[in-house]
Write a protein that binds this ligand. Sequence first.
Ligand code: SF4
Length: 352
Amino acid sequence: MSYGALSAEAIQAMNLGAKQGDFYHNTGEGGISSHHLKHGGDLVWQIGTGLFGCRDDNGRFSADDFAKLANLEQVKMIEIKLSQGAKPGHGGVLPKAKITDEIAVIRGISKEHDCVSPPMNPEFSTPLELLSFVSKLRELSGGKPIGIKLCIGNPAEFLCLGKAMIETGVFVDFITVDGAEGGTGAAPVEFSNRLGLMCLEGVYFVNNVLVGLGIRSEIKVIASGKTASGFDIVNKVAFGADMVNAARTFMMSVGCIQSKQCDTNKCPTGIATQDKNRSKAIDVERKAKRVASFQHHTLHSFYELLGAMGLDEVYKLTYNMVKRRTPNGMLESNTHTVPELKTKQLLNDALP
Ligand code: SF4
């Protein structure tokens, strides 16, 4: 949820809410603005294909600019966005109407036309090149966690990344698995409806591959995609996630009514607009309390569900504890349909 796509007030409300609730705030691909820094909430700096915040005049990676922001105390992790669930294969789009002088400076872009991020990162095109870029960011940031975000499409491509990590000994610190169900009001409908694996399918696949390759302990898995309730967290953790992100529901906590006019600069609630007459409707202090409250109560619900399942630790939640009802009315566990791999099983011939 970038500054540019969202208003300054919405960004501030989310960051202040994150600070009050003691959780992190992902910048989205639009770079780090003064509005992200004003209240001191922890940040995950997302670097998209446009490299906003760390790009030179030719649109290529600028090590100096990256190091300046990455070493800010408030930046806790750095996430390289490969693709997003709402529109895999498309870069982000910021319409010209929403590009203010401030946003043009933060992103290093022109105000004269729409800002369209390229579909792929210009700094790498193979798994080995990606891992080399990860090493570079890790060094420049003083050793901060470096991860990737993607929506799983072709499974073989992810397996190639796993193979490259084993060959080089360079691991990403975390993988954020975005689900195809994730969405913004600005995504092309055909892309948001038809491309990519859903979050649970993607998380299960990624976790299974990392276990099968014997590298699960090196990498945290973060699930991202339509998280709205305590049960959504139960489900995602059971399918293999260590952590869970939520985006759209935090927009709702700030007041989004899902009118899906995010790309028009006429957001009726002042969230997805750069029109000051609209964004001034957001009372930052009041909305921040709602952001923190949504997090608090959703987690409370999660822990209540966990307790009702007889569990006293999150890690005891396993894949086969979540049942589903088949079309013929029978209950079955998830392992019934897709078997779980054992540690390093992908490295030998004993495949299921
Ligand atoms: S209220 Fe509508 S335009 Fe504003 S953020 Fe929500 S979906 Fe987008």
